[in-house]
Design a protein around this ligand. Structure first.
Ligand code: SF4
Ligand code: SF4
Length: 380
């Protein structure tokens, strides 16, 4: 008899959940590996080209919906979630400050890939200690894994109309991770969809990227444009990006279920002061060395200095007229790359257009003051 047959899998599952919570996960669920009902949706999304330049989304084919083809021998997926909302959630107010760089909440702290992968590995080791036949492989935000579909089956939450996982008691401000495993553990009950008639995320999306419920056109999504895309940001979308320089949280900020969000207990996810609430001028003036130093251990480092500069140039173009911004943009021209220069040129054109209207307004104001002083009609 193999070791697997001789162990009480119900007891082992209870232990796995307790170990996961002790390791800092807020929830641990178990899913089977039958995701065939998601294959048609995935294929239609790819066929529509909604994945943009993310060739890796296509290259894994239907392996994404077939965990045992990705990791042979997989029988179950352990799905975990970890909260990342800090006690002070005031970051949303920066969306109303157009000269401050808005960075998506999840990216202000330490790189979650590292934090979650390490804990998942520890969980895998604990299971192996209990049952030596165990084989496992951790994944965190990994292209070949349908994490939201798995989380739904594992009882973690349902996939909202914005395509993220939502939990009734915790909202959506959490990271997901998966442990593929070769044990026939008892599975959890899938979560029912609970968006109801709400369409708030579709309406609020600044770039209309949620083209239909549960369907996000990544090519329009600010998260994709500022993080994944290596190309020019389409000019038509730039004004809608506002001051969002790394990712976007609007569809989560508006979601009514996030009223129930839990606060993170992980200090690693607390915002770094050097990134949080800083002016666009300050962030744009960083040298590459400063960028690398200030983003060490942060997910932002992954996009590199060129895309960082590209994104901030767009935000500077959207910001109110500012002489210092014009000066910084002009100085940086020709120093990074053609890609950055094209965005700088656009930003300068926006700033100069605002400078002219500023001048018109100032002129009008002066005329008005003169007229009042002289007692002349106001249009004199
Ligand atoms: S992250 Fe922003 S741009 Fe992307 S779908 Fe959500 S609201 Fe739209
Ligand atoms: S905003 Fe509304 S529709 Fe969108 S995910 Fe939240 S509950 Fe669902």
């Amino acid at each position: 008899m193999s070791a697997i047959n001789s162990i009480d899998l119900v007891e082992l599952t209870n232990n796995i959940k307790a170990w996961g919570v002790a390791l800092g996960f807020q929830q641990v669920g178990i899913s089977d590996i039958d995701l065939h009902q998601h294959e048609a949706h995935l294929q239609a999304w790819l066929d529509a080209g909604y994945h943009g330049d993310m060739a890796f989304m296509e290259s894994h084919g239907m392996k994404r919906a077939r965990p045992d083809e990705l990791v042979p021998g997989t029988l179950r997926v352990i799905s975990v979630r970890m909260n990342y909302l800090p006690p002070d959630a005031s970051f949303a107010k920066h969306l109303n400050s157009p000269d401050i760089g808005y960075i998506s909440r999840y990216a202000l702290g330490r790189d979650y890939h590292k934090v979650l992968r390490k804990r998942l590995k520890q969980l895998g080791e604990k299971i192996t200690n209990a049952l030596s036949d165990t084989q496992y492989r951790p994944f965190v935000d990994s292209a070949p894994v349908l994490e939201h579909a798995i989380a739904e089956k594992a009882g973690i939450g349902w996939t909202g109309k914005h395509s993220l996982t939502l939990n009734k008691d915790a909202g959506s401000w959490f990271f997901l991770g998966e442990l593929f495993i070769n044990l026939p553990l008892p599975v959890d009950t899938p979560v029912e969809e609970n968006c109801g008639t709400c369409t708030a995320c579709l309406t609020i999306c600044p770039t209309n990227a949620i083209v239909a419920p549960y369907k996000v056109d990544a090519r329009r999504c600010i998260s994709y444009l500022t993080i994944e895309s290596d190309s020019d940001i389409p000019e038509a979308l730039r004004p809608s990006m506002g001051n969002r320089i790394y990712g976007c949280d609007d569809c989560q900020l508006i979601c009514p279920w996030n009223r129930f969000s839990d606060i993170t207990t992980e200090e690693d996810f607390h915002p770094r002061q050097v990134l949080h609430g800083k002016s666009l001028n300050t962030l744009f003036s960083w040298s590459e060395e400063t960028f690398l130093a200030n983003t060490e251990g942060s997910p932002i480092r992954r996009i590199g200095y060129e895309k960082w500069q590209r994104n901030i140039a767009v935000a500077l173009g959207n910001a109110p007229f500012n002489e210092m911004s014009i000066q910084l943009l002009t100085q940086r021209r020709g120093m990074v790359s053609d890609l950055v220069d094209r965005h700088i040129d656009w930003a300068l054109a926006q700033q100069q257009a605002k400078a002219s209207s500023e001048t018109d307004a100032t002129r009008q104001q002066k005329r008005l003051i003169r007229a009042i002083e002289k007692g002349l009609p106001r249009d004199a």
